[in-house]
Design a protein around this ligand. Sequence first.
Ligand SMILES: [Fe+2]
Length: 305
Amino acid sequence: MQLSGLGYFGLRTRRTDEWRTFAEDVLGLQSRTTEDGLRLRVDDRDWRIALHQSDAEEFAYVGWELPGPAELDAAAAELEAAGVVVKRADEALLRERDVLGLVHLEDPNGIRVELFHGARTATTPFLSPTGARFVTGDQGLGHVVFNVDDFEATYRFYTELLGFRVSDFCDLGRKRIAFLHTNPRHHSLAFAGLVIDPQRKPKKDIDPGELFHFMLEVDDYDTVGYAYDRCLDGGAPIALTIGRHSNDKMLSFYAVTPSGFEVEYGYGAITVSDPWVATRVDGTSLWGHRRPPRPAQAAAEGAQA
Ligand SMILES: [Fe+2]
């Protein structure tokens, strides 16, 4: 099967008010209040990110797009033939996602994967509150990155069953990150898991299926800089300073979202086309992407100077 790209994703959150301010004022997205939370708009689609009011902070679902009904039916049949449990959306779910067709399944980490076609295009132009323009179109919404507990099973699931192709790998100690594409975007999906001595527990507890970050790409370097300044001015904590990634060459920074996981905000990534030869890097960034000093540490350093 050939997925068109990342269509949407959904989160459960206690903090829809903080999310509205963060999405509009920092990221430059349009927001719309719904019965159960918020929908965020990034481009000509009616929505791309859903925030469902809840008593938890967690990732809820990811929607991968297919070109049309025939491709969705074929994908569902292919998955069922491979022994995967595939559930068809009822009318209520189709209405909630506002799509024409949808099936859903679980990946090996328990992440809810939705395959859909027929998303609604808005009839009004996208107007960013900050003047940002996002790179979407045939590259899809952006990318999502997860922590997983079984790297091999996850890799097989996405490449063999869902048809993702590998762009490259990054090895960091015992951990490997796989970067996968399904359109010209260098990666629409990445996941990190332990490949060396996976039975030995990591230092930090990792929730399988936990969202590490999502990425939005803008069409201008200055848009990244202005957003960075808005974070420094109190819009959101910086998780990683501005830097350039070693594989997709994206120039970006990472901010902490109201839910606690991170968003990467970037510009200028390379695109890929198949056939593509996957290589390996041993560090995610050429320069930058540093953890900023914590306030106490910064104060101590200031006192020493
Ligand atoms: Fe990223």
